[in-house]
Write a protein that binds this ligand. Structure first.
Ligand SMILES: Nc1nc2c(ncn2[C@@H]2O[C@H](COP(=O)(O)OP(=O)(O)OP(=O)(O)O)[C@@H](O)[C@H]2O)c(=O)[nH]1
Length: 667
């Protein structure tokens, strides 16, 4: 797609200047006023350094910097370089980000070459080291060394990209952010890298693990594969094989499931207190004449409740695969940890000899590190929620990372979201992985084409309730929708049209579709590397196989596939405010509505899908029993747990009360 050239286009030089200094000022800069903004200063000890204006320096301090315009890059490099700033060195600095205006996706052969190059250069993807220091080092010396170290590291990465024609993820360049990481590593017994299960390696920094061990061999690393609810059991098995083979210490986790379990637990508690009240009601309602009868009634009630619970579980867990399989080593590798298990794992890394300054055993410190959006906050919230304690997040000794006292044995150190350098194949891939923001996207055909290739057409049609017209094979089509075909269908169905010609607004459609992909509503999981490579289509086949869905959802999917007529029936004025809105067919009954809400997102266009339906494959249910099982199965069925309780136990209980009353009356 070729973007229309703006009439106001004034060229890169001016735009960079304006970008940096504000409109109009750019021209001043060009006329030689540049020195007024970037000032070379002389310090008290006679050293020279270059600074930005004061306002800018404080603003820039803790902002995560992953992408910089050319001039920003130049100036921040100059700032970092401090006394070492020379023309010669500046010339050596390469601009790491080239704006790929229209990145076409790679062919299979190109992709193979890229992957080979990535492999060859993998060990050059480093994280910057904190330079050595001791008690004689002055803060100023340390500051200078840290700047030099970061500059050296950035230069190395720039050369790597330039000399090998590689595309790299935008990575963190702000020294302040790296300083936080250094501090978190120094104080942690276990450094946990949280990654997104859909593409774990893209979010993993191998060198961070090396660095942790360099700082202290007693420290340990853990790769926490979050969002594991988005994977099938088979996918977890494939990844577990890979991690074991590669010697990676890993665990699967789902902050989302953990949250739901916390909520279920709370419901259970509130339900138990309700039960006590109910039992009082029973006594009143059936007007018992003596203690004996009351006790008898209670016994019957509990017994029936238990029987009913077993019945319920029998009836409702038929869809849960592997229900009766005993826990084996294989299960251990693929199981999704609960928050209790995760905390127990943390405690295994307790320092056994070290003591704190007061002679008391020191608490275990757990450093949490991860890209933005991998679910770091959700993981911390799930851990905190499970403890049911109000945790006050107190700023640590250092200014920016947070220390959270999870218990009297465990402290969590939450590092600011950090983007490590990694290789990428295309910019489209970075958009789909949630690393590049969708709202600022200019080129959307690449990422949209990835979605169209990865998510099977029938599934796209079913989930959106539309029909995608694709070019016939005999007319040169490939059998897979192109980005344009998908976006035109979506845009037309939603009534998005361009002003002027009234064509479907593909760009607007792309934002919706891509956001659905990033949040997992359109789900695709990358297979682990393997030789020969695993076919991604085969790897993901179960995610879209209607036969793997519970009967009710299957029928629903079929009904949506059959009705594309609903598209475009909703009020388009609402759509701007809610990117998750998807028109849904009318639903019958409250329970079905609940299911739809979980499966397809909001029934009436509010909120967003709280859990991808694929979590049903997580098989968490099989490790649970009794009420917990019941609640988890309720979640797996996509039914609100409170609804289940109401419809099962309480509903039956009302019948039982009636039956009991009748029985007593009869007696
Ligand atoms: N399905 C699923 N979604 C999850 C899980 N954990 C987090 N999410 C979703 O992922 C998105 C990002 O989660 P956050 O906890 O905000 O991620 P973060 O890493 O703290 O991101 P920042 O706050 O930007 O640093 C949210 O929409 C979460 O609902 C999970 O285990 N499963």
């Amino acid at each position: 797609m070729v973007l229309a050239k703006s009439k106001k286009s004034v060229g890169l030089g001016n735009s960079l200047m304006n970008d940096r200094f504000g409109k109009g000022k750019g021209a001043d800069m060009r006329r030689g006023n540049y020195q007024a903004e970037a000032i070379q200063r002389t310090g008290v000890n006679g050293e020279t350094y270059v600074t930005n204006p004061k306002k800018e320096a404080s603003w820039v301090k803790m902002r995560s910097v992953t992408e910089q315009a050319a001039l920003d890059e130049f100036l921040s490099t100059a700032e970092l370089a401090g006394t070492d700033f020379t023309a010669e060195k500046i010339n050596n600095v390469k601009i790491i980000h080239k704006d790929q205006k229209n990145p076409y996706l790679l062919s299979a052969a190109e992709e193979r070459t890229a992957v080979r190059k990535h492999k060859e250069n993998r060990n050059r993807l480093t994280v910057p080291r904190r330079p050595p220091w001791d008690e004689h080092t002055t803060p100023q010396q340390l500051d200078t060394r840290e700047r030099e170290s970061l500059l050296e590291w950035r230069r190395g990465l720039a050369e790597l990209i330039e000399n090998n024609d590689l595309l790299m993820t935008p990575f963190e360049r702000n020294l302040e952010v790296w300083r936080q990481l250094w501090r978190v590593i120094e104080r942690s017994d276990l450094v946990v890298q949280i990654v997104d299960a859909r593409n774990p390696l893209l979010f993993r920094s191998e060198d961070l693990e090396n660095y942790v061990k360099e700082v202290d061999p007693k420290k340990n690393n853990l790769l926490l594969v979050n969002k594991a609810d988005m994977m099938t059991l088979e996918q977890r098995q494939a990844w577990a094989d890979y991690f074991v083979e590669a010697g990676i210490n890993f665990k699967f986790f789902s902050a989302e499931l953990a949250k739901e379990m916390n909520e279920a637990r709370q419901l259970e508690l509130s339900d138990e207190s309700d039960d006590l009240l109910d039992e009082d009601d029973v006594e009143e309602e059936i007007d018992l004449e003596g203690d004996k009868l009351a006790k008898e009634a209670k016994k019957i009630d509990l017994q029936e409740m238990q029987e009913e619970e077993e019945e319920w579980a029998d009836e409702e867990t038929v869809d849960v695969p592997g229900e009766e399989i005993p826990l084996s080593d294989e299960d251990e590798r693929t199981r999704i940890l609960t928050t209790d298990e995760l905390e127990a794992l943390f405690l295994q890394h307790a320092p056994n000899i070290d003591t704190g300054p007061d002679g008391e055993p020191r608490k275990t410190q757990i450093g949490l590190v991860g890209y933005p959006n991998v679910g770091k906050s959700s993981t911390i919230n799930a851990l905190i929620g499970a403890k049911k304690v109000s945790v006050s997040a107190t700023p640590g000794k250092t200014k920016h990372f947070q220390t959270i006292h999870l218990s009297d044995q465990v402290i969590l150190c939450d590092c600011p979201g950090l983007v490590f350098p990694n290789f990428a194949t295309t910019k489209a891939e970075l958009v789909c992985s949630g690393i590049l923001p969708i709202d600022q996207l200019r080129e959307y055909t690449g990422p949209a084409a990835l979605v169209a290739q990865r998510i099977p057409q029938p599934f796209l049609e079913a989930i959106y309730g539309l029909k995608i017209d694709i070019r016939a094979l005999e007319e040169g089509g490939t059998g897979t929708p192109t980005a344009e075909e998908l976006l035109r269908a979506y845009g037309a169905a939603r009534g998005f049209s361009t002003t002027g010609q009234g064509q479907p607004d593909e760009s607007r459609a792309a934002r919706y579709v891509l956001k659905d992909y990033v949040k997992g509503k359109l789900l695709f999981c990358h297979p682990p590397p393997s030789d020969p490579p695993i076919d991604p289509k085969h790897f993901n086949r179960d995610l879209y196989d209607a036969n793997h869905l519970p009967a009710k959802r299957r029928a629903h999917l079929a009904s949506i596939a059959a009705s594309s007529s609903l598209a475009g029936t909703e009020d388009p004025s609402l759509m701007d405010d809610d990117l998750d809105m998807v028109p849904l067919p009318p639903v019958q009954g409250k329970k079905t509505a609940q299911m739809d809400k979980r499966f397809f997102g909001p029934a009436q266009g509010q909120g967003h899908v709280s859990m991808p339906f694929h979590h049903q494959y997580s098989e968490q249910g099989k490790h649970l029993s009794g009420r917990k099982l019941k609640t988890m199965v309720a979640l797996e069925k996509g039914v609100d747990p409170s609804e289940v309780k109401l419809n099962s136990k309480k509903h039956f209980k009302a019948n039982k009360k009636r039956a009991k009353k009748e029985r007593l009356e009869y007696e």
